[in-house]
Each structure stands twice: as structure tokens, then as C-alpha cells.
Design a protein around this ligand. Structure first.
Ligand SMILES: Nc1ncnc2c1ncn2[C@@H]1O[C@H](COP(=O)(O)OP(=O)(O)OP(=O)(O)O)[C@@H](O)[C@H]1O
Length: 400
């Protein structure tokens, strides 16, 4: 009886959401893409009238038909979530709008019960799923360096764009980078992001997931920008090895591992090792800066492989010169960023795992799914090489 009452309530809520969406110009599909602790993500499309909305009409990809609708039951969410993280997410996505590698937020609206976010659809799961799936298919952990370079380049480009928009992400990890149906990487989840100039440059809260967290944050000496560079190093290592470089639950053991540096597998190119080492420097000021990272010799083939637009780095954000084999561009030198990536299909047989399977990969956190995501069926047995072993579903923060 309890179960059927809950089902009825669920149906009534869903019908309310359908109505609220229609009133706001969106048709909600019954297909749930996934759910979080306080959210449900559904596929939706805009009505013709809604399509005239400025942001939808100027979608950089011109792909208007598919988008996700993130519905957050504000009534059920804790105050901290609805008053702190959600507004942060929205303002960061607004600030970083119009970059090919950052998830686009088209619109938001809310009532007393719910907040609705209309987001660009990234239909192919996250980077973690992709790495695990490719590893399984290749029977060898990690992506090949060419593919890793192409994806990493897009991530660096997204991070550089965020910086030039005044946003420091502070929770960079494989699970927070999604892939769309063209295999383009989309940075998302800005709930822990900080804006330059709003407060002091040192964030006061510990954000993110331990496995991707920089040592200075574990030691309570914060600097969001340089910590993001550490996380980029962890992500690159994860891409090319299919593993996390440092895996310990206790902070002091984690710091001990970090102190010894990452262990590289045979076969990894010296350039790639050099880049990872440059990012995984214990001292934040010794870490490669974004400009140096983008100009590093391991990254350079990506600039040839991708047709590009130019991106100027924010002034005064250039790190120390001359690390490793990276060639340092001048402070105002434009960086090539991917404009339209010519990615090979064979390299982009991305995840079509259902959210339920995704959850099991992420450590069995709660989440439901109704219906598989689009694309060909994939084996359900996944390599669990890269558990998201931080502190929660998608690495809920370990609050200090
Ligand atoms: N723009 C998007 N395109 C496609 N799928 C998305 C998009 N945004 C979120 N999702 C998927 O929807 C699911 C739920 O995401 P959501 O952000 O609501 O919760 P979560 O962050 O995964 O969980 P929690 O909030 O509990 O940490 C995830 O599996 C995520 O991959």
C-alpha cells in the first residue's frame, strides 16, 4: 500500500512538472536521464515559440531539439543546496555561456516547489564512463594518447574560458566532464565554483573530491586556481592510465603518496609524463600555468589536429616560465582552442550505460533510471578501474 501511494504521488508530481514545463514552453519527455540527491534530469524539447528565446535561438551548435531539464525539488533540498550551490551553479553557467566545451544553460525558472534548469544535452555520459568503457574494449587501461590529447585539450580550453570569465571550477574531475553525441567534451557541475573578485581569492571551504584534490587544499592552504591545475593533472593521468594516481582515504597517507609523485606505466610517452609531472607539483607555484600547459609539447599535436578559434588568456595569469619541454607563449599570445573537432567515430564509441549502471561505477550511490540513453547497446560489465571514491555519489564534498 505504501509503495502504491508513493507511485501515485510520483505520478502526480510528474504530471505537475509536465504542466509547469508546458506553461513555460517546453515539452517534457517521460524519459528520465538520471537523478541526483535532489534532482531529476529529463529529456525535453522547446516549443516553436520558445525557440525564439534569445539563448535558444543563438545556440552555438544550432542544436535546438534536444536538451535536458534539470528539475530540483527545492522543497526537499537542504537550504545550503538551494541557497548556495544552486545559485552558484546558475551564475557560473551564465558567466561561462557560449563555449563549445562548457554545458550551456539556456534558461531557468522556478516556483515555490521546484527550480528548473534547461541545459544543453550531453548524451554520451561522462569521461569516467568513457575511459572505463574504452579500457574494457582495448583490454588495456586508459585511452590512447592521441584521444586523451584531443579530449584533454577541450577540457583545458573550457577551464581557460572559465578563467577568462572569472570562474574557478574547484571540482574538476572525470565525472564532471560530460560528452555529447559528437564526442565533444562538456564541462559541467559548477556548484563549488568561485567567482574572482566576489570574495578573497582564497576559498574558505574545501570543495571537490579527495582523489582529485590538490595537496594544499588537503593541508588547508587554499588557492582555487592552482588547485584546478592539479586536478587537471589527475584527470590527464586517469585518461592515459585508466587509474587514479593517488588512492588513499586518509589524508596523511594521501599526502605521503603525493609527496612521492605519480607512478607511470611503461609505454607512456616522456612528453606526457613531463606534462603530468608539471601539473602534479606539490608546491602550487611550481605547477604549470594554463598558458604553459596549453603550449606544452605534448599538447601541440592537438592544435594541429583541430581547426581553431582563438582565446586570449586573462591578463596577468601567466605562470612561471620555461618548465619542462613546454614552450611558453607570451601573456597576450592567443591560444588555439577547438572550434569544431574532427573526432573519429572509432575513437568515440562512448558510453551508453544507463544511469543505474553509472551509479554502480560511481560507488553504488542512489539514483534511478527509466530507459537507456541513446546509442548502441554496450556490455553491462564495466571495468571498475576508476572508482569515484571521493566521498559520495559524484564526489559529494568532504566539508571541512
Ligand atoms: N546536461 C546534461 N546532459 C546529460 N546528462 C546530464 C546532464 N546533466 C546531468 N546529467 C545526468 O543526470 C544525472 C543526474 O545529474 P545531477 O547533476 O542532477 O545529479 P548528480 O550531481 O549526479 O547527483 P548528486 O546531486 O546527488 O551529486 C547524472 O547521471 C548526469 O550524468
Amino acid at each position: 500500500v505504501k509503495g502504491s501511494a508513493r507511485r501515485k504521488l510520483g505520478q502526480r508530481n510528474f504530471m505537475e512538472q509536465v504542466r509547469e514545463c508546458r506553461d513555460n514552453g517546453y515539452l517534457l519527455s517521460s524519459r528520465k536521464i538520471g537523478s541526483g540527491a535532489f534532482s531529476k534530469v529529463y529529456l525535453a524539447c522547446a516549443t516553436c515559440e520558445r525557440m525564439q528565446h534569445a539563448k535558444l535561438a543563438s545556440d552555438p551548435r544550432g542544436k535546438h531539439h534536444a536538451m535536458v531539464r534539470w528539475i530540483i525539488s527545492t522543497a526537499e533540498a537542504p537550504v545550503e543546496f538551494s541557497q548556495k550551490f544552486l545559485p552558484r551553479e546558475i551564475s557560473s553557467l551564465n558567466a561561462t555561456y557560449k563555449h563549445l566545451n562548457v554545458v550551456q544553460l539556456y534558461e531557468t525558472y522556478q516556483n515555490s516547489q521546484r527550480s528548473y534548469l534547461v541545459l544543453e544535452l550531453a548524451a554520451r555520459g561522462d569521461l569516467l564512463e568513457h575511459i572505463n568503457w574504452v579500457s574494457e574494449r582495448r583490454c588495456s587501461p586508459g585511452l590512447d594518447e592521441e584521444e586523451a590529447r584531443r579530449l584533454f585539450w577541450q577540457l583545458v580550453s573550457a577551464v581557460a574560458h572559465c578563467r577568462s570569465s572569472g570562474i574557478v571550477h574547484r571540482d574538476l574531475k572525470c565525472e564532471n566532464t560530460l560528452l555529447d553525441d559528437r564526442g565533444l567534451l562538456k564541462l559541467t557541475y559548477f556548484g563549488f565554483a568561485s567567482h574572482w573578485g566576489l570574495k578573497s581569492s582564497l576559498p574558505s571551504t574545501f570543495c571537490g573530491s579527495v582523489a582529485y584534490t590538490a595537496p594544499e587544499i588537503l593541508m588547508s592552504k587554499y588557492n582555487g586556481e592552482q588547485a584546478d591545475l592539479w586536478s587537471l593533472g589527475i584527470i590527464l593521468y586517469a585518461m592515459v592510465t585508466g587509474k587514479l594516481p593517488f588512492k588513499e582515504h586518509q589524508t596523511h597517507r594521501m599526502l605521503h603518496l603525493m609527496h612521492h609523485g605519480p607512478i607511470f606505466r611503461l609505454g607512456m610517452s616522456p612528453e606526457c609524463r613531463d606534462l603530468i609531472r608539471g601539473l602534479l607539483q606539490l608546491r602550487p607555484c611550481a605547477r604549470l600555468g594554463l598558458q604553459q600547459l596549453a603550449a606544452h609539447c605534448w599538447m601541440l599535436p592537438a592544435t594541429h589536429a583541430l581547426s581553431g578559434t582563438t582565446l586570449r588568456m586573462p591578463p596577468g595569469r601567466v605562470g612561471a616560465l620555461g618548465r619542462g619541454c613546454g614552450q611558453v607563449a607570451g601573456p597576450s599570445a592567443p591560444l588555439l582552442i577547438p572550434h569544431c573537432c574532427q573526432l573519429r567515430r572509432s575513437q568515440l564509441s562512448l558510453s551508453t550505460r544507463s544511469p543505474a549502471e553509472t551509479r554502480s561505477l560511481r560507488g553504488g550511490a542512489p539514483g534511478t533510471a527509466s530507459g537507456p540513453p541513446p546509442g548502441p547497446q554496450r556490455p553491462t560489465q564495466e571495468v571498475q578501474a576508476l572508482p569515484s571514491w571521493g566521498s559520495g555519489a559524484r564526489g559529494q564534498p568532504a566539508w571541512g
